[in-house]
Write a protein that binds this ligand. Structure first.
Ligand code: PTJ
Length: 249
């Protein structure tokens, strides 16, 4: 157990969650490596949510709440880190949740489904009844017939570049959370939240609750049209560069 007094308590707690997920067969070995890459970028962000990221989260929330057929796509890392938040978002928005894996196996799908169920999530789309999308060269091509296949908007945190591109080519709105503003996923998605997943999901939930309960849904259309993903990415990149410069000067 890490002490709360430890200066890197939050970061170490997140690592603990991933390791636990790995030991339960939810997170892939590759997922641990992917997290390490994310951590390096988060270090440059100062391990906090920037205004730029919060703005992107607002816009992603606008797309999710105004979509006709939205879906949340969950992989191993996402299930391990934010199962509780995924379940809470589902309670607030009723958006279906689909398991979609890069390193796909029936066993991992079942373990992730069980993990999500243990956080209260029901009616999970497992992707076992799937359609194979032709423009994706990985196991991620297998999408649930009732989920991503029919969706107009997909929230896919920690996505890989191929699928982000393929989904946008199919005319879908792709919303992602990725700490690396230079990744192909970040560059090809409709909205990229450059923030750590656990922070981004908490903000997304707060915003979804706000828009749902205050009846400010009329603001959502404007949020969507005034957003430029490239500009937002450049702003995140600049925050990281400035922090690097301040560390070396
Ligand atoms: O569970 P599976 O089989 O579907 O596999 C999931 C992984 C994450 C292994 C797979 O999607 C993958 O290989 O992803 P990539 O291509 O490594 O991309 C992951 C991206 O997420 C990288 O750009 C990381 O910087 C970023 N990232 C990692 N951890 C976090 C993160 N972004 C936000 N929050 C994090 N905690």
């Amino acid at each position: 157990m890490v002490s709360e007094e430890h200066p890197r308590y939050r970061s170490l707690t997140i690592r603990d969650k991933l390791v636990e997920g790995y030991e339960k067969g939810i997170v892939s070995t590759h997922g641990l490596i992917a997290h390490g890459r994310g951590e390096a970028f988060d270090y440059l962000l100062g391990e906090k949510t920037s205004d730029t990221a919060l703005n992107a989260t607002k816009v992603a929330c606008a797309f999710l709440l105004t979509a006709k057929r939205p879906v949340v796509s969950v992989n191993g890392n996402t299930a391990a880190l934010v199962a509780e938040e995924i379940a809470e978002l589902h309670v607030i928005t009723k958006i279906p949740v689909e398991i979609n894996l890069f390193h796909r196996s029936r066993e991992r799908i079942e373990r992730i489904a069980h993990h999500l169920q243990s956080h209260g999530l029901e009616n999970i789309l497992t992707g076992l009844d799937f359609v194979e999308l032709l423009n994706i060269a990985s196991q991620r091509a297998k999408v649930d017939k009732r989920g991503i296949y029919q969706a107009d908007t997909v929230l896919a945190p920690l996505e890989d570049g191929d699928r982000a591109l393929a989904l946008t080519q199919l005319g879908k709105i792709v919303l992602t959370v990725d700490l690396n503003p230079l990744s192909r996923t970040a560059l090809t998605s409709t909205v990229t939240i450059v923030d750590e997943l656990t922070r981004a999901m908490k903000n997304l939930i707060t915003l979804a609750k706000y828009f749902k309960t205050t009846g400010r849904m009329n603001k959502l259309a404007m949020l969507k049209t005034s957003f430029d993903n490239r500009e937002n990415l450049e702003a995140s990149y600049k925050i990281m560069l400035e922090r690097l410069q301040s560390l070396v000067s």
